[in-house]
Design a protein around this ligand. Structure first.
Ligand code: PRP
Ligand code: URA
Length: 678
């Protein structure tokens, strides 16, 4: 994972005043969305199910629980989840507040169980259970299912004579302000468009005289939130369990996505450390606790992640203080009373964007993962989920109700597991193939004659200007290389010839990679006269084959630069997960002063190459090139993203990976063919 420049690292504590200001920034970021959830649940249910003070307190306590569970290693704020607005409202209508809260607690328990399973089995099974074709439509259903609520909140009705015009004006105004902030907002403002929209709509409502301040006058300055506690306020019942709990599977996928995004921002892989099991555990215990006190299910907040990205302050101390502030706000009676006087048309204006926004995110999941809707299987899964989820399907089994949204999630998961996949579709479903990439998206330089002139010089200039810009991938373009490759790829080529070809192609790659090498002036004497000649300082280089197959290329390189030092990195791909497994590391002691050429015939998913480079960078190596015979677009993309400073040289850039992570058309298993092990 690429290191990120942070102003404050995860465990750093800022000075007091700065600490307070930064924490308040997070409170503002989470506030709009967190208070919207109880308000929208109540307006959807037509009764009070959740309250703002409890939502604020449970989000704060939940965040502190999460910080504890993740050992203070993950700067995440937990707020109320939008995914549960309809399920909680429908659940409460069916089984009362007690039933809804039992459902929320179950959601927390599901997270905890999934976290425990991940501790033992890893996370690959989860990706198989919840691929984009299930998650995308589910997120769309969550957003679109709420659409009618937004329209009724704004007050738009078929009978124009019955329309509350002031309300509609406020709703449209709120919508426009929110959209404008989204579009044109700069800095922190861009992170809080819903909050700005709500405040603006509220101010206009006060001006138009449609706010009733009686609850504010009647409210105490401090008051204890109306916690709803099992066995005191209600007897737990499973009547709404199947309406609410299955949505947990969707929000678990959201949890993984959020943590992946935050990992990139802070340059630390949170799914590895503290680990997905711990982050899920934190989210799960927090959600269980929220249900226990009568609050909505929690989720990691994108708004707060954006604040971390914007400020580069990843301190959990800041997040922790924001959580304490949120808890305190929940006890300020006058404050929560003001918030509760917000006219529904203001909420409608925000919801008009928000619900569509959620639905569009579902669409984005499908597009970004290149879900192919020319495949009947994908069409069947998405269409049945959308119709069941939005069509109002409800099933009553004894006292238990399964409503549309949950039913859609269950149906989607089952269809995805049961519907047959043809071989091509199977490729689409695998994680490797999710990154199906067109070659022209990559920065490719074919080493053809036309491209050669001035390119190296230009590259060097560009590199000086911008170190973060992706290095291109250089593809050898030469009839001799094509010729050798055609023999190499041929499955009838025997081990001896294969080994010789790998070595020869290694030499060609070395020739190309050394094009930018700097030469020293050296005085020599030819049989005719003295001259100043150019000579390579071979002591500046090291070759690093990735075991096993990389050693096949080594001879070719040693032939031309015999004095380069040689290190070895041992790793193999786990056949199931395709993740690299390290088993050996031995490099020259002065490696960090050398330019290192990493050798591996195959760049497939890019896992092995990227991990090898990561290890070298940890040793302090700064100049690295990656030489391979055949690259897949997926591997090139990963390498360019994780190590944009590393230039890739390959003899061929192939089409794609297959379902087993092999390069297509490729040459099969390079290691086995070099060493004759299969
Ligand atoms: C092959 C190859 C690379 C790796 C490429 O090695 O030599 O090291 O797979 O795949 P990736 O880009 O998806 O990580 P393998 O794991 O088969 O080990 P071997 O060299 O011992 O055969
Ligand atoms: N490793 C290989 O040896 N071949 C491939 O096609 C992919 C990974």
């Amino acid at each position: 994972m690429k290191e990120a420049k942070l102003t404050l690292d995860v465990n750093e504590k800022p000075p007091v005043l700065k600490w307070i200001i930064l924490a308040l920034q997070h409170v503002f970021a989470m506030f709009g969305a967190t208070i919207l959830v109880p308000i929208l649940v109540n307006s959807t249910a037509g009764e009070t199910v959740l309250t703002i003070p409890v939502a604020l307190v449970t989000s704060g306590i939940g965040t502190l629980i999460y910080i504890l569970c993740t050992k203070g290693k993950s700067p995440v704020y937990l707020g109320s989840s939008f995914a549960f607005i309809t399920p909680i409202a429908v659940g409460a209508a069916k089984a009362g507040i007690g039933g809804a809260m039992t459902g929320v607690m179950l959601v927390g328990l599901i997270y905890i169980v999934v976290a425990i399973i991940i501790s033992f089995l890893g996370k690959e099974w989860l990706k198989k259970l919840l691929p984009p074709i299930v998650i995308g439509p589910m997120i769309m259903i969550i957003g679109l299912g709420l659409a009618p609520t937004a329209i009724s909140e704004i007050g738009i009705s078929a009978d124009v004579t019955a329309m509350d015009y002031k309300g509609v004006i406020v709703g449209v105004f709120t919508f426009l302000v929110t959209a404008l902030v989204m579009l044109k907002g700069k800095g922190f403002l861009k992170v809080v468009p819903f909050l700005v929209g709500m405040v603006s709509g509220y101010v206009l409502s006060v001006i138009l005289g449609i706010v009733d301040f009686t609850p504010v006058i009647e409210a105490a300055f401090f008051s204890i939130p109306d916690f709803v506690v099992p066995f005191i306020s209600y007897t737990p019942t499973l009547g709404a369990a199947l309406t609410i709990a299955p949505i947990a599977l969707v929000t678990i996928a959201e949890h993984i996505g959020d943590h992946t995004a935050l990992s990139t921002i802070i340059g630390k892989d949170l799914l590895k450390e503290p680990g997905l099991n711990r982050t899920l555990l934190g989210d799960g215990v927090a959600t269980f606790f929220a249900g226990l006190l009568g609050g909505p299910a929690n989720t990691t907040y994108g708004e707060n992640t954006s604040v971390v990205g914007m400020t580069k302050i990843a301190s959990v101390w800041v997040i922790g203080l924001a959580a304490i502030f949120a808890i305190c706000l929940g006890f300020l009676g006058k404050f929560t009373a003001i918030v509760s006087t917000m006219p529904t048309s203001v909420l409608g204006g925000v919801a008009l964007l928000l619900y569509g926004f959620i639905a569009v995110n579902g669409l984005k999941t499908l597009i970004e993962n290149r879900t192919d809707f020319s495949k009947s299987r994908n069409v069947i899964i998405a269409s049945s989920m959308l119709v069941i989820g939005l069509g109002g399907a409800v099933i009553n089994i004894a006292t238990v109700t399964v409503s549309g949204m949950s039913l859609a999630a269950i149906v989607g998961i089952l269809l995805n597991l049961l519907l047959p996949k043809d071989s091509e579709e199977a490729v689409e479903e695998t994680t490797v193939a999710q990154a199906k990439i067109e070659k022209d998206e990559l920065k490719v330089a074919v080493d053809s004659k036309e491209n050669k002139k001035g390119k190296n010089k230009k590259n060097k200039e560009n590199k000086k200007q911008d170190r973060t810009e992706k290095e291109e991938v250089v593809v050898l373009d030469h009839p001799l290389v094509e010729h050798k490759l055609s023999i190499l790829r041929d499955k009838n080529t025997g081990t001896k010839e294969f080994r010789e070809l790998v070595s020869e192609l290694g030499m060609f790659l070395c020739y190309e990679a050394m094009k930018e090498a700097e030469l020293d002036d050296i005085e020599i004497e030819t049989p005719i006269q003295k001259i100043v000649a150019k000579r390579l300082n071979e002591d500046k280089y090291a070759f690093l084959p990735i075991l096993r197959a990389g050693t096949g290329m080594l001879d070719g390189l040693i032939n031309v630069i015999p004095n380069a030092k040689i290190g070895h990195i041992g790793m193999y791909r786990n056949e199931e997960t395709l993740e690299p497994v390290r088993y050996f590391f031995k490099v020259p002691s002065d490696i960090k002063n050398r330019e290192v050429l990493v050798l591996d015939p195959m760049l497939a998913t890019g896992g092995s190459g990227c991990d090898a480079i990561e290890q070298l960078k940890q040793e302090g190596v700064t100049k690295i090139k990656f030489l391979c015979l055949i690259a897949a677009p997926e591997g090139v993309k990963k390498m360019q993203e994780e190590h944009p400073d590393v230039k890739i040289y390959c003899a061929a850039l192939d089409e794609k990976l297959n379902e087993k992570g092999y390069i297509v058309p490729g040459l099969g298993d390079a290691g086995d063919r070099i060493f004759g092990t299969k």
